[in-house]
Design a protein around this ligand. Sequence first.
Ligand code: 2HG
Ligand code: ZN
Length: 472
Amino acid sequence: MDLIPALHAIVGEANVLVDRDVVATYERDWTGRFGAPATCVVRPADVDEVAAVLRACAAAGVPVVPQGGNTGLVGGGVPRAGGEVVLSLTRLDAIGDVDPALGVVEVGAGVTLGALQAAARAAGFEAGIDFGARDSCTVGGMVACDAGGARALRHGTARARVAGLEAVLADGTVVRRMAGLAKDNAGFALGQLLIGSEGTLGVVTRVLWRLVPRCDARVTALVPVASAADAAALLAALRAHAPSLESCEFFLDDGLSLVLDAQRRPSPLAQRAPAYVLAECAARTDPTEELAAALEAAGVEDALIADDSAGREGLWALREGHTEAINAAGVPHKMDVGVPLAQLGRFLERAPGAVAAAVPDVADVRTFLFGHLGDGNVHVNVLGPAPDDHRADDAVLELVLACGGTISAEHGVGVAKAGWLERARGAGEVAAMRAVKAALDPAGILNPGAVLPAPSAPAPATPGQPTRPARE
Ligand code: 2HG
Ligand code: ZN
């Protein structure tokens, strides 16, 4: 049977999208940098339909790219070779009742983070994760790429929130561990293997989400700082004096200017500084004094403090507005890296120069640095080079490895960094990953080209002899 009629028989004709204009919205990623034409978009309603779709695609030998809210930034959720089936999970949007004793809720892969947060809050809990794409990104995508966000400092990444998981393997086998048992060491933890595998080992269909207690008393501070060293000292003081610390973010002055222009508003700060730290404390009772004590210990004299939601949102918009403001200015090259805190100053100081040196022929190259200070997670966004010009990306990733960091902290590897995986993780680890992939998906149906570089990629450069890694 041809694939399209087979898919019609599984999900109904209305849920196999072939109209070019409609399919186009699933084919390109949020940055506009990655994408290729899909055969179709298929929208199953439940786990059985997901399994049947995977079996049909495997039988037809057509690769599948799982997709949630399509808010990914590394090309991991959109077609890349052309001709893939996009498997959209957005119809799996059921939210169960919160179990107050276990502090968990069962959510479908297509539930948005915003909907999960609302359900958690209504039951006296919080989701324990938050980031700017909350109204579009979905639970399946968050788990598949082990998303981080602005509260990972306190609550960990998506991995820490998964109490149970259901997924479909490449051959249509459903694996399910949803009882939420605190202790369960009967055999391999397959769910843990799937978290962060970016849809290459299985398709996440349902998650038992571990909630955190709701903290309604929140206070946020925006602190101008002179250097990365001052930012690190402030983080240390916050950790020491404010046990309610939930977020500690940073951005630089050129990013602030871009965001203020994009949002058409004046700076809320009387004095500008080279960099800014945005810190938030959250507790059951007012954490303002804790925060004030930490700021005093760090010698901070000049900070904007907001304890009401409008004021807090205004400060957060300065940090979260970076992604949209940068996208509005061009097609960005996005590197999402992690560096040890001791290396942060060196990395921030050298990254713009490394980028400029890598693309001397590109006029108006601009490098924006911002991110999650508390996690050593820096978002490097470069405007200027053409979308398929990888020299700036390579220079940044080279620098991050020299600083002892990681090429991917929270966005995933996708296709953007697949060519760098072996340099970052070493040949032995990548061979082990390939063995797992071959065992679970021998035909290579699931998200081929994401995470693991194409087997034909050249051997990795040894340190000191950089070569440009192959791209898919
Ligand atoms: C954030 O922290 C997101 O705002 C997006 O992870 C980062 O746009 C980016 O590079
Ligand atoms: Zn981030």
